[in-house]
Every structure is written in C-alpha cells, then in structure tokens.
Design a protein around this ligand. Sequence first.
Ligand SMILES: Cc1cc2nc3c(=O)[nH]c(=O)nc-3n(C[C@H](O)[C@H](O)[C@H](O)COP(=O)(O)O)c2cc1C
Ligand SMILES: O=C(O)C(=O)c1ccccc1
Length: 356
Amino acid sequence: MTLRELHERARKTLDPVVYDYVAGGAGEERVLAANERAFDDYALLPRVLRGSAVRDTAVDLPGAPRTAPVFVAPTAFHRLVHPDGELATARAAAAEGAVLVTGTAATTAVREVVAAAREAAPDPAVWFQLYPHPRGEVTAALVRRAEDAGCTALVLTVDSPVFGRHARDLRNGFTDLPPGYAAENMRDLPGAPPGGLLDIPMSPEAGWAHLAELVRGTALPVLVKGVLHPDDARQAVEHGAAGIIVSNHGGRQSDAVPAAVDCLPALVDAVAGRVPVLLDGGVRRGSDVAVALALGARAVGLGRPVVWGLAAEGEAGVRRVLATLRDEYDHTLALCGGRRNADLTADMVVAKGGAR
Ligand SMILES: Cc1cc2nc3c(=O)[nH]c(=O)nc-3n(C[C@H](O)[C@H](O)[C@H](O)COP(=O)(O)O)c2cc1C
Ligand SMILES: O=C(O)C(=O)c1ccccc1
C-alpha cells in the first residue's frame, strides 16, 4: 500500500473535523501546497557505474547514533486519531529504527511514550519537543520530565510565537481537545493545581536568551525547529544548538513563507557543517528524501503521513509508512548509483523549471 492509499483510508476513517485539523494549514494553505509542490519541481541526475550493490543509509543524529534518515516529526494529539495514540507511534518508530519526536502536545505522557518505544527496541531514540514558555520554571520542569523519561535530545520549536490561524479549524469550531483527552505532559507543572493542566504555551516574548538558558540547563543536545532565515541558523548555532530543523511547521504557521526544501541550501551554507541540518515539510516519497539529502539535509521528518498511517492501521500503519519511505529511498539511492547518503550531492539535483 502506498502512502497515498493510507492517506485515503485515513480520510475515510476519521471524523471530518479531526481530519481537517491534521490535513489543514494556515491561511489559504499556500505554504501547505508549496511544500509538496516544491519537491515536484526538483529532478535527480543519477550517476552511473559506481557500484551500488551494498547500500548503507543510516545516519548519526544528536542522541541517535546510526538511525534511519527519516524521522517522525512532532505532531499533536495522536489519541484523537487512534485509541493507541502515541504508544503505537512510539513502538512503530522504535521498531523501524527511526527517531520519534514526541512533545508538549502529545496525548500520552513522555514517560509512557519512551517505555513503549523500549518495548519495541533495546535502544530507541525519542526526542522531546517543547515551545519556549514565558515562565522558566515550567520549561525546566518539562525538561526534567523528558530527561527522567529517557529522551535523548530536546527540540525547541521557534516558529510559533503565536498560534497559527487554521481556516478549517476556525470554520469547524475546533479550538481545543474534546473532553476525555489531554496534553498529558502539561499536567502537574509549577503553577497548576494538583492533577491540573496548564495550557500549551506560546511565547511571543521569547528570545535567543531562552535557547541559551535551555542549553545551559540540560545535558541533552538541543535542536532548534522552525528556522528559515540563514542568519537565524547561524544565531542558533552560536547559542548552542546541536542541530537545526528547517521547517515551516507544515504550512501551519505563516502562510507567506517559502517551501521548506527551497530554504534548505541557504541554511546548509550558513551552518557550514558545524551541526547537522534536518528538514521537514512535504516529504512524501523516497525521491523527496534523496533530494533533501543531496541538498545537504542529514535527515528528513514526516508529519502528516505518520498520522495517516496511525489513523488507518495503528502501529502497523506507522511502520508501513516508515518502511515504505525507507525502501523507496534505498531504491532511489541505488538508481542514483549511490552506496551511502553522501554519494548524493547537490550537483545531482536539478530544477525541472516548472512554474509554481
Ligand atoms: C496535526 C499536526 C500537529 C502538529 N503539532 C506540532 C507540534 O506540536 N509541535 C511542532 O513543533 N510541530 C508540530 N507540527 C508540525 C510538524 O512537526 C512538521 O513540521 C510538519 O507536519 C511537517 O510537514 P508534513 O506534515 O508535510 O510532513 C504539527 C503538524 C501537524 C500536521
Ligand atoms: O497544530 C499544530 O501545528 C501545533 O503545533 C500545535 C500546537 C499546540 C497545541 C497543539 C498543536
């Protein structure tokens, strides 16, 4: 079954309001469309007769040695689409040897998520995503929670000083989790009553000092997610980031930014090899993975496709998504005469020249 078919099955399975929440983007959904279309406009120029019988596609990421080049990007509220929720996603990612980024908006506590991953593989890599919080002690408590659970890296999302405006959700009246679901990591934090929940924070006052403080307050590597401007990538590295995730939040924040992959080369240049550069947004097939890696990404994240797999088939569906992408990428690498990811180079990516 292809990713497209899983998406179709998920669409038929899900409550239309939940489907819209996952599928939708900000504003007129121009960026949502552009992320995928940008990949359509790149072609790969293969190299031939380089001997590509034995291939190795593993990569080293912060807190994740020898992992798959495709990771699970943080997406909110997995229990809304499948009763097993994040536990299923965690088992699937671990079994497929892929990093799972769980986070602040998960409907399962991070301790349980990591425990589920450990049932499926001896040494899984689970990263914890958080937003800068206006109150430092809340961030500190979340970080301790992620560390105690066994997460191996933190991801600070910086593209959300305010919530995105999702037209579909506004139309559908979907503004919060329905009764019976909660962002479990927001429970019992400083400032909340016992057992009570804090709102997921957005912090328009956050600055680079927040990143520096986060880096100082943990032994875990900290990646910065949602960077598009090359100067911000430099700043992030200077403030201690262990990696950069090039992302426009899957077109769910600003509807006026470029497609993620179109930003990638300038950020790879700016970072100049000091830390790994990752990308998410619009990756739907193995050749998209190959294009991103050829343009200098160390790994790529999947947002919506993982949710579609989860909705359609639970743990097995997420495994299918990750295995399909890995298999397609491996096949593409072979067709490009590559044995290793590094055999894909920027000169092999050409613009098709289609007008967008
Ligand atoms: C339903 C949904 C929820 C998301 N929740 C978060 C989140 O809580 N934190 C975050 O940093 N990114 C979040 N994202 C953005 C993803 O991490 C990722 O950047 C994006 O989905 C990648 O694009 P793709 O869906 O085209 O693969 C979310 C995306 C979706 C679709
Ligand atoms: O929906 C999103 O894209 C997202 O990032 C988010 C943020 C806070 C709570 C739930 C989801």
